[in-house]
Design a protein around this ligand. Structure first.
Ligand SMILES: NC(=O)c1ccc[n+]([C@@H]2O[C@H](COP(=O)([O-])OP(=O)(O)OC[C@H]3O[C@@H](n4cnc5c(N)ncnc54)[C@H](O)[C@@H]3O)[C@@H](O)[C@H]2O)c1
Length: 303
């Protein structure tokens, strides 16, 4: 059995923690000793309105159970205010869980700029703003954990979710680079693609399965990734219903052509099977590894 995961003397911000997955994360962090900043704007799933009671109720729940928490009602798009609130109240910031989110589902041909922009603003700009404000504190103290909330709709695509899929996989791109930049300061950055029965998925998932996909079944992974027990970084994990799996990029060994001669579209067609064949596929860990096959092809034909 691993050592107990503890957040003693640590401060955790969970955005969008007034309900759904964020609430479950916040409760579990508090149970493990964290001082929790429960952020939630309290608007609709569509991103309209605001209501302070969402975050306030979760703070009450945490305090009733003997935990420590404060409510914050700012939008994640004002992420610097959320971090400033955490610092003013608790004096430090150890963990950011970027969880706040909305939906504006529409097929692409009906997509309006407002739907595209708002989904980008909340998911991408919001996660950027909170994390950007927390980053200097994490660097300074040589410790930090950041979790981004991606989605299978970004990884695999989903009908009617071009805006959401763009935002969610964009967060994984952000995860990969922050993991590289944060490593030397002991800042570990990971992403999750959760599935849970929340107001966001109500009506989309059959009721019986919805009941079983409890948000609480996502939080143990988030809390582990956010703990000092986790030294893994740059990961993407699918999680839900009591199951967790890791996702990674896979690339075929590909086909090489003579770069001195150039090659034709017909050459591409002739090698299509080889280009798309995943037998013995590679899993490049970084940009340098990713470029190896290309460089080997240049070398092969070097005069
Ligand atoms: N439920 C799922 O199956 C599922 C699947 C994939 C990804 N996700 C992601 O998980 C996260 C949590 O979603 P959920 O299912 O718990 O939905 P939810 O609607 O219950 O929770 C989202 C919370 O974010 C808050 N929020 C929205 N905009 C905000 C803003 N600008 N500032 C601060 N708070 C804001 C909302 O008030 C809400 O409480 C989201 O990022 C969502 O995209 C959920």
């Amino acid at each position: 059995m691993s050592a107990a995961v503890s957040f003693q003397d640590q401060v955790v911000i969970v955005t969008g923690a007034g309900g759904g997955l964020g609430r479950a994360h916040a409760l579990l962090f508090a149970k493990h000793g964290a001082k929790v900043v429960v952020n939630d704007l309290g608007g609709s799933t569509h991103g309209e309105g605001a209501n302070a009671s969402a975050a306030d109720k979760v703070v009450e729940e945490i305090r009733a159970a003997g935990g420590t928490a404060i409510a914050n009602h700012d939008s994640v798009t004002d992420g610097d205010k959320i971090v400033a609130h955490a610092i003013a109240e608790f004096g430090r910031i150890d963990v950011v869980v970027n969880n706040a989110g909305i939906l504006r589902d529409k097929t692409f041909h009906k997509m309006e700029d407002a739907d595209w922009d708002l989904v980008y603003k909340v998911h991408v700009e919001g996660a950027y703003k909170v994390t950007r404000a927390a980053w200097p504190y994490m660097r300074e103290q040589g410790y930090g954990r950041v979790i981004f909330t991606a989605s299978t709709s970004g990884i695999y695509g989903n009908f009617g979710q071009s805006n959401y899929g763009m935002a969610k996989l964009g967060l994984y791109g952000l995860t990969r680079t922050l993991a590289i930049e944060g490593r030397k300061n002991n800042i570990m950055v990971n992403a999750i693609a959760p599935t849970g029965g929340t107001r966001m998925t109500e009506g989309l998932i059959p009721p019986q399965v919805f009941e079983q996909l409890k948000p609480e079944l996502v939080s143990p992974l988030v809390v582990y990734l956010a703990s000092n027990a986790c030294t893994d970084t740059s990961g993407l994990f699918e999680v839900g219903g009591g199951w967790i799996g890791k996702v990674r990029w896979e690339r075929s060994l590909g086909a090489g052509f003579d770069p001195r001669e150039g090659f034709s579209p017909e050459d591409v067609a002739d090698h299509w099977q080889q280009i798309c064949d995943f037998e013995g596929a590679a899993h490049p860990a970084d940009n340098i590894e990713a470029l190896k096959e290309m460089m080997a092809n240049l070398q092969k034909y070097a005069i």
